[in-house]
Write a protein that binds this ligand. Structure first.
Ligand code: NDP
Length: 446
């Protein structure tokens, strides 16, 4: 897997290639500290207030908060070398598959230095090999390893947190390396070169840190966390089966769509190469923690809750939740596929019915089909899909709706960042586009 031939624009030295960051995301230093602190507190709160031992109640009283603080201070109960060793094994296993599983190679977008990096498309095959391996583990050891995962959930979460933070420190420090003479300067993210170590560590200083051909950002984005999420869900379902003797309809309603979402992500792996995460953001704590800890730990909350608090839906509510999940998935998938197909080949005959406007930047913007309904109809489908999974947990606690609330904030913030990016890229053409497609998320509403 070779890097494509770099074309090096004249005068492309480190200082020109990597200008000082003037606009800091997330309100800079205080925002970075706030995000790191709040997300860490959320992990503790959602673990120690929503578990088999405690039930699942949003902490509101002083004594409930004191109990969480006491649990958090008792670090010996959740810092485990055994869990850390298993976590490192998991990450290393998937890194090994990244190298050895065959797959086509695709090029990422053209970088500021004119270079295009190569990426292997073998995430889905790595997932299938991992599934087969899990099946072999099951046939040899039975359900014991999966029960261990469910029972040591927070030890594994803590292990992933330590790993993610260490990885973020590693890539931050390594971003200061001096390239050997004649080599390209290290390419930094435009938003990650402020000179403030805390902010740069958080947002990510280097754009595409690589160890040999292992692209850390691309690898972390879709593999250990996404596949870890599936493994956790399966382990919680096995735990419920072990405890109850069956798997509740609510568990199926929660985990089947989530597993489909993960498979869909891996099936369309190459699409990640054009997302903001890969093209624009550096690889720092935000993505390292987000990919390795936040996604598997917080996104598997519904299955974790249902494992100790099974909810039984009537046939009608089962059908309603399933239909809501299916429809929202179709909105999400079809809208994303339509834009991806259009961006890949705007002259594709199957897209000839779509109307678009031409812009001075050279790109075209769709104004009919899914993208004529609302400027981010894909976000709407994605959010509704997550809500359907939260509804599977019933209404006994608001805590299991965390994902919907958080995802709403994430998508609103992402929408804001994307609108800023497009406004800058398309200038007055973007205003023209907004006149043609006035709604952001829901046609005729907002
Ligand atoms: P989008 O797929 O919405 O892509 C936005 C880009 O598409 C714009 O910057 C612009 O780029 C292009 N574009 C916008 N409007 C048009 C148009 N009318 N015609 C053609 N191109 C257009 O952004 P994301 O990468 O944020 O999201 C992808 C998916 O990932 C979404 O469904 C989202 O919900 C999901 N997601 C899920 C997350 C999770 O944690 N589960 C987190 C983040 C995203 P340009 O013109 O430069 O090509």
């Amino acid at each position: 897997m070779e890097k494509s031939k770099p074309s090096r624009p004249p005068g492309n030295d480190g200082a020109q290639l990597n200008p000082r960051t003037t606009h800091r995301e997330f309100f800079g230093f205080p925002g970075s500290v706030a995000v790191m602190t709040i997300t860490t507190i959320v992990l503790y709160v959602w673990n120690f207030s929503c578990s088999e031992a405690t039930g699942c109640q949003l902490p509101v009283t002083g004594s409930q908060w004191a109990a969480i603080a006491a649990h958090a201070a008792d670090y010996r109960s959740y810092l485990s070398l055994e869990a850390l060793a298993y976590y490192v094994l998991w990450w290393s296993w998937l890194a090994m598959l990244y190298f050895v599983i065959p797959g086509r190679t695709v090029q990422g977008v053209t970088l500021r230095n004119g270079q295009r990096l190569d990426y292997p498309i073998n995430g889905l095959s790595s997932f299938l090999v991992t599934l087969c391996t899990a099946a072999m583990v099951h046939s040899k050891f039975g359900i014991a390893p999966f029960l261990w995962i469910a029972d040591h959930f927070f030890q594994l979460a803590a292990a992933s947190y330590i790993f993610a933070t260490t990885q973020a420190m590693f890539v931050y420090l390594r971003s200061f390396r001096r390239p050997s003479s004649g080599a390209q300067p290290v390419m930094l993210a435009l938003a990650g070169n402020s000179g403030n170590p805390v902010y740069d560590f958080f947002i990510g200083r280097e754009l595409n840190p690589r160890i040999g051909t292992l692209d850390l950002k691309y690898f972390n984005e879709l593999r250990p966390g996404i596949m870890g999420w599936v493994l956790l869900n399966v382990s919680f379902a096995i735990k419920q089966q072990h405890t109850l003797g069956y798997i509740s309809n609510s568990m199926w309603l929660a985990i089947v769509p989530q597993i489909c979402y993960c498979v869909d992500t891996l099936l369309f792996e190459s699409k990640v190469l054009t997302t903001m995460d890969i093209t624009t953001d550096g690889f720092g704590w935000m993505l390292s923690f987000g990919d390795l800890t936040w996604v598997p730990v917080m996104y598997s909350l519904q299955a974790r809750y249902l494992a100790f608090h099974p909810v039984h839906h009537s046939t009608i509510s089962t059908v309603l939740i399933a239909v809501m999940g299916l429809v929202s998935f179709l909105v999400f998938r079809l809208s994303n596929s339509e834009k991806n197909a259009f961006r890949t080949n705007p002259n594709d005959p199957s897209l000839s019915h779509l109307r678009f406007i031409k812009t001075e930047s050279g790109s075209k913007l769709l104004i009919s089909g899914w993208w004529g309904l609302a400027r981010h109809i894909n976000y709407t489908g994605d959010w509704m899909y997550g809500l359907a999974q939260c509804l599977a947990t019933g209404f006994d606690t608001p805590m299991t709706y965390f994902f919907s609330a958080y995802f709403l904030v994430l998508l609103l913030h992402r929408n804001y960042r994307d609108e800023c990016k497009c406004r800058e890229k398309y200038k007055k053409d973007w205003d023209r586009y907004c006149e043609q497609v006035p709604y952001m998320f829901i046609p005729y509403v907002i």
